[in-house]
Write a protein that binds this ligand. Structure first.
Ligand SMILES: Cc1cc2nc3c(=O)[nH]c(=O)nc-3n(C[C@H](O)[C@H](O)[C@H](O)COP(=O)(O)OP(=O)(O)OC[C@H]3O[C@@H](n4cnc5c(N)ncnc54)[C@H](O)[C@@H]3O)c2cc1C
Ligand SMILES: NC(=O)c1ccc[n+]([C@@H]2O[C@H](COP(=O)([O-])OP(=O)(O)OC[C@H]3O[C@@H](n4cnc5c(N)ncnc54)[C@H](OP(=O)(O)O)[C@@H]3O)[C@@H](O)[C@H]2O)c1
Length: 275
């Protein structure tokens, strides 16, 4: 991905603190006025599992750094750490974070964590990753992890957004996989990407729940049962609190059981933001 720098200025370096790592910004890409992606250097000591989140932040004058949870969008073997971020108007962190440029520094938490990991899910045939908005981020990590293709026959990323321009990565999703020699071959036959845009004309305009209910999610290119099956399907959910709650109820009613790192199950959830 190329860096997009609108203006040149000296890089902004930030004071070191014992609590966080300082990490240099490598590139920034703005998708629209609400969304951007960026990548930072990966400190040599930093380990994580694909799908985990970590704290990212910036210093604050006269106070502690402002830190927020961010899903890591890169797979665990990546040399850089990539993130997909919302721009919240007047948001304490993102009103500033959206101004970062290559060469600037940000704070990075030392301990990634999370439940959207393979360890919390039982093996199965189809893995559905249901996301709304920036909830896509952990799935950008998992869809590039070779272990995902070993554990599941089909890997299906479903992304629901309001507007077409919110479909971050839409145009390069397939190329991201095809250009990665670790997963290119498996992804070519096992990976499916199903975007839906709910507030603008698009080829699919209904919410994910409606696509499951009328079974249109299970047509070509997805193969197999025409409904979710707890025996063979696994689901990961990341998005708005409301979506997560509704889907958890729907999945449990169909016999799915929520998994955790300590006890793997047939579905796992994570809120993409608190609010
Ligand atoms: C486990 C976890 C993982 C997260 N991963 C990501 C991520 O990968 N990318 C990301 O952009 N954010 C993510 N978030 C949200 C993130 O932590 C911050 O809330 C976000 O960066 C905004 O920070 P802020 O200080 O500008 O505003 P905040 O004060 O944190 O948020 C203000 C309000 O903005 C809305 N909001 C916040 N984040 C989002 C969002 N992502 N999408 C839509 N509305 C939002 C909510 O209504 C919230 O109440 C995650 C949150 C959690 C709990
Ligand atoms: N993205 C934008 O254009 C935009 C613009 C201005 C402000 N914001 C602010 O950013 C915040 C989040 O916006 P967002 O677009 O990232 O997230 P969002 O409102 O959660 O919408 C993202 C996608 O999730 C769908 N969705 C919402 N609730 C759902 C549920 N319960 N079940 C299934 N699907 C559901 C939406 O469908 P529906 O369209 O049917 O709701 C949409 O397709 C909001 O507070 C908003 O005010 C966003």
């Amino acid at each position: 991905m190329t860096a997009e720098t609108l203006e040149t200025r000296a890089p902004v370096l930030i004071p070191e603190t014992p609590a966080f790592l300082n990490a240099k910004v490598l590139w920034v890409r703005h998708w629209n006025e609400h969304l951007f992606s960026f990548a930072i250097e990966r400190p040599s000591t930093f380990r994580f599992r694909s799908g985990e989140f970590v704290m990212i932040g910036l210093p604050q004058e006269g106070g502690k750094p402002i830190m927020r949870a961010y899903s890591i969008a890169s797979p665990h073997y990546s040399e850089e750490l990539e993130f997909l971020s919302i721009k919240v108007e007047d948001g304490p962190l993102t009103s500033k974070l959206q101004l970062i440029q290559p060469g600037d520094e940000v704070y990075l938490g030392k301990k990634p964590t999370g439940t959207l990991v393979l360890d919390a899910l039982l093996p199965g045939k189809r893995l559905f990753m249901f996301s709304t908005g920036t909830g896509l981020a952990p799935f950008l990590s998992l869809m590039r992890d070779p272990d995902v293709y070993s554990a599941y026959e089909q890997v299906i990323v479903v992304h629901s957004v309001r507007r077409v321009s919110d479909l971050a990565y839409h145009d390069e999703m397939v190329a991201l996989l095809a250009e990665d020699p670790l997963i290119a071959e498996e992804a070519a036959t096992q990976f499916h990407y199903i975007p839906t845009v709910t507030r603008e004309p698009f080829r699919t305009t209904r919410r994910i729940g409606a696509l499951i209910e009328d079974a249109s999610l299970f047509g070509h290119p997805v193969r197999g049962d025409q409904k979710l099956n707890p025996e063979t399907d696994r689901a990961m959910l990341c998005g708005s609190t409301e979506m997560i709650k509704e889907f958890a109820v729907m999945l449990e009613a169909q016999g799915f059981e929520e998994g955790a790192n300590s006890k793997p199950g047939t579905f796992v959830i994570e809120r993409a933001f608190v609010g």
